[in-house]
Ligand binder design. Sequence first.
Ligand SMILES: Cc1ncc(COP(=O)(O)O)c(C=O)c1O
Length: 415
Amino acid sequence: MTDTLALLGGTPVRTRSFPAWPVFDATDEARLVAALRSGKWGRLAGDQVAEFEQRFAAMHGCRHGIAVVNGTVSLRIALMAAGLQAEDEVIVPTYTFLSTATAVVEANAVPVFVDVDLDTFNIDPALVEAAITPRTRAIIPVHFAGQPADMAAMLAIAERHGLFVLEDAAHAHGASWRDRPAGSIGHVGSFSFQSSKNLTSGEGGIIVTNDEALAASCRSIHNCGRVEGGIWYEHHVISANYRLGELQGALLNSQLDRLEAQTTTRDANGRHLAARLAALPGLHPQSRPADVTTHSQHLFMLRLDAAAFGAPRAAVLDALQAEGIPCSGGYGFPLPSQPLFRHKAFGPYLAHVRDRLDYTQVSCPNSELICREQGIWFDQSMMLGSRADMDDIADAMEKVHRHRDALAARALQAR
Ligand SMILES: Cc1ncc(COP(=O)(O)O)c(C=O)c1O
């Protein structure tokens, strides 16, 4: 029965599970218990968050790290610290998580959407250049799936037009571009430590930068507008308490000890899997420019040309899952199609420009194709598996392709 699709009653390629996430052991427990017993649970009293900030910034060749409660407010704080004014424009990709664009709205600035490249899944530099107007102030390249965006192009465009570059590195812990850590290349980098991320404390985020003034501003905004050496109840700027707690700081310190080895494993597995899948007709793994030194593989992502499988993506995903391979199609539609953007449901933000904004007119054919028909995601925790685990993914894909006629017949029946 092994040569019948598991979906049709055959034996699945695998029944074992892939590595669990998060990974933790007694070293995490020891750090957490020590922080717990210290009684210093807030960052103002303890030393865990401060230690983590210093280590994470140093790992990025940055002088400053400001840990915050998540990777959405880190983006917003960075934009506020950059001095964005009401209704300035910020260029963001159409293919990313919601936060990249909503952080812009919450900074009372206008997200201007730009499509991604069909092969790298990262923002397309030529389209960035074309989207610049006299109101453009910043670009947020997202290192999608953990693959650094074309930072040479981003920096050149920024230089030409005097723009601020905020790297959304929420997927890119440990990734590097021309040997430079992702997040350290633009003016400022933003990371998330939410539970799915390659480095996690359940929730959390950090801003890294080498810019002294920017760091001071971010630190103030994340701490109720206080300033270094200022009086406790003296607040200088619109801000709030976005400080990360000590228990999360403790966990991040122990988790960080594993990141380098985990990144090496994910990257090597990603290369192997990409090579195997690229050999199959109709599969296009994320293409990797030579400038990408390390891919953190927050996701392993590919495009499926459904015609080569004779069945739509949903059928292929069902078949893979039945073979014991967890997978998904990722985002179902590009960000401008989100109800929030279609209806401009921005609450009190962007009140004066709302009438002239129309996100239903954004053209992003590549993101549309990836979202609605072609994108496939495998999670980062799968990439922590063995070479044999990667071969199971590729074997399952090969099996589904081999049985494409049976799959197509089933998909037709299901109509
Ligand atoms: C690309 C991207 N940016 C920002 C974020 C926001 O991070 P958080 O969930 O920590 O707010 C995420 C999280 O999922 C993300 O994927």
